[in-house]
Structure formats: C-alpha cells, structure tokens
Design a protein around this ligand. Structure first.
Ligand SMILES: NC(=O)c1ccc[n+]([C@@H]2O[C@H](COP(=O)([O-])OP(=O)(O)OC[C@H]3O[C@@H](n4cnc5c(N)ncnc54)[C@H](O)[C@@H]3O)[C@@H](O)[C@H]2O)c1
Length: 279
C-alpha cells in the first residue's frame, strides 16, 4: 500500500539515543520521539535527572525508556551506552547530539561574567566547553555513528543554535552600572562549539552518505524559560516574530529531521529562530 504523508513521520519501534536528554530541550526531543511511536533513550551525565526523565517518559507514554548515565566526553562511557542499548533493544536508529555545558549568561552574577569576556577567557573553560559541546559530538558520532554506518542505516541530528549562524549581539547581555571591561558577554566557546557542529554535520553527511546514515543539524533560537523581562525585551527586539520560542516549538522539526519525512535531506541545517537571522 502506498504510504500516506503521516507514515513518513512514524517512528514505531525505532530507538533514539538523546545525549543531554534529561535537560530542558532533551526531554522535549524525547517526547517527540515517544509521541511518534519511537523509543527514547536518555543519555545524560546527571544521574538523578536521567532516572527521573526516563521514568516519567516510561510512565507517560507507556514506553520502555532506558536512562543511561553517560559522559559524552569519555569514549568508554559512550561505548558502554551503545552496548547497553544494543543489549536491551538490539538496535539503534537515531542519535540526537544535544548535550552541552550551557552557562546562561543572562542568569549569571558578576563573578562568572569576569571570565566570560574574551580577553580573560580561561583556557580551562575553553577546553571544558569544547570537550562537552564539540568533542562529545565527535566521540558520539565516532562510536554510535560508526555502528550505524556498519549496519547501513541511521540518522544523526546535531542540536546547534542560531548562534552557529550569526554572532551573539553582546548588547543584550549588558548590565546597568558595570564597567565596560566587566560587562557580561556570551562566551566565545558557545559560538565556536555551535559553528563547529555545523562543520561536523556537513563532513559526516558526505562521509556517510553512501552508508545510508543521514546527518543534519537544527539551529534553534532562545527558548523562554523564566529569563528576566529586561533580557527578554532586549532579545525579542532582535526577532522579527517578536518573541522567544516556546519549549515545545522544536518538537515538529526534530521529528521531521529524525524520521523518513526528511529522507532526501543530509548535511542540512534547519534554522528555526522566529526570523532572527533574517534581519
Ligand atoms: N535552551 C535554549 O534556549 C537553546 C537554544 C538554542 C540551542 N540550545 C541547545 O540545545 C541543547 C539543549 O539545551 P538545554 O537548554 O536543554 O540545556 P540544559 O542545560 O537544560 O541541558 C543540557 C543537558 O546536557 C547534560 N550534559 C552536560 N554535560 C554532559 C556530558 N558531559 N555528558 C552527557 N550529558 C551532559 C546536562 O546534564 C543537561 O541535562 C544544547 O546543545 C543547547 O546549546 C538551547
């Protein structure tokens, strides 16, 4: 029988590993997978949040959702994750690289802002952020993507940011009454990690195209999560749609990119940011 359009979005029986799956957006990616009939696996470094997220998903969607405490910066940890998933489900179909060390500049006090300026940015922080955000993606693709390529099928989705496409507008992070050289800024590592992810997406998309492993990225804009009115006002002035994203607003795009609905797409970067990069 010919497939209907909704069938292309169906994930029945498909197993999806979500790194950083216990965080704000990771849980939403997991919901999207489960709502389309798939099986999300929460792979996060935070043990209590991992257990809580996987239990809640299992209960809410009546799905056998495994929570595996994983550190994406450690190859052995990712190898352990993959073997646990293969033992349990006998397959892995989807990898969502979502984990990040994500300091929220808009929520930090002055002590952390001291180091966030480029001139004083400590090498250890640069190395830690790149290790989680970029090396972690490299390692997960190397371990899990290589397994997919060997089996001749798989989908990888890298969660980047609108700041992979444009530079941060540092004016929105400014705080009244602070000297120029201690004004908070979005850390340099955020731009570098997210831009690097797009490069890795293109590299692997072509590298594994013949192996039937598709690799795409999504570049989301900021999600409203209780930020101050002042910050929200400054940010939304830069967004044609005049608002931040709702936390559920990326679920449709995630489902599109991990399902057969995007079967002819690889190496792409779906920019979803209320039009911010268009201005
Ligand atoms: N929230 C936003 O507004 C927004 C906007 C654009 C892009 N993003 C991107 O979306 C992704 C998720 O963001 P979020 O807002 O849900 O962040 P979050 O901080 O809520 O979640 C990140 C998760 O990653 C986990 N993690 C950190 N280090 C890890 C490691 N070494 N191994 C495994 N897991 C680790 C954390 O425990 C946490 O659960 C990030 O890549 C972020 O950059 C977020």
């Amino acid at each position: 029988m010919e497939k209907e359009v909704k069938d292309y979005f169906d994930l029945t029986g498909k197993v999806a590993i979500i790194t950083g799956g216990a965080g704000l957006l990771g849980r939403k990616h997991a919901e999207a997978i489960a709502e389309a009939g798939g099986i999300p696996v929460i792979a996060d470094i935070n043990p209590s949040a991992t257990a809580q997220a996987s239990q809640e998903l299992s209960r809410r969607y009546q799905v056998d959702c495994l929570g595996v405490v994983t550190d994406v910066t450690q190859r052995e940890s990712i190898e352990g994750l993959l073997s646990q998933v293969l033992d349990h489900y006998k397959r892995v179909d989807i990898l969502i690289n979502n984990a990040a060390h994500n300091p929220k500049v808009e929520a930090t006090g002055t002590s952390e802002t001291e180091w966030s300026r480029f001139e004083n940015f400590p090498l250890e922080v640069w190395q830690r952020d790149l290790m989680v955000g970029l090396t972690g993606v490299f390692l997960c693709c190397q371990v899990i993507g290589t397994d997919m390529a060997a089996r001749g099928r798989g989908v990888i989705l890298n969660i980047a940011s609108d700041l992979a496409v444009i530079a941060p507008d540092q004016r929105i992070y400014r705080k009244e009454g602070l000297a120029e050289d201690s004004q908070p800024v979005k850390p340099v590592t955020y731009s570098v990690v997210k831009s690097g992810m797009i490069g890795l997406t293109r590299y692997l998309a072509t590298y594994w195209a013949a192996k039937n492993v598709r690799v795409n990225a999504i570049s989301p804009g900021g999600v409203y999560n209780g930020q101050s009115d002042e910050f929200v006002q400054k940010l939304t002035n830069l967004i044609p749609m005049g608002r931040m994203a709702h936390v559920d607003e990326y679920k449709g795009a995630v489902l599109f990119l991990v399902s057969d609905a995007s079967s002819y797409m690889t190496g792409g970067n779906l920019i979803i940011e209320g039009g911010r990069t268009v201005w």
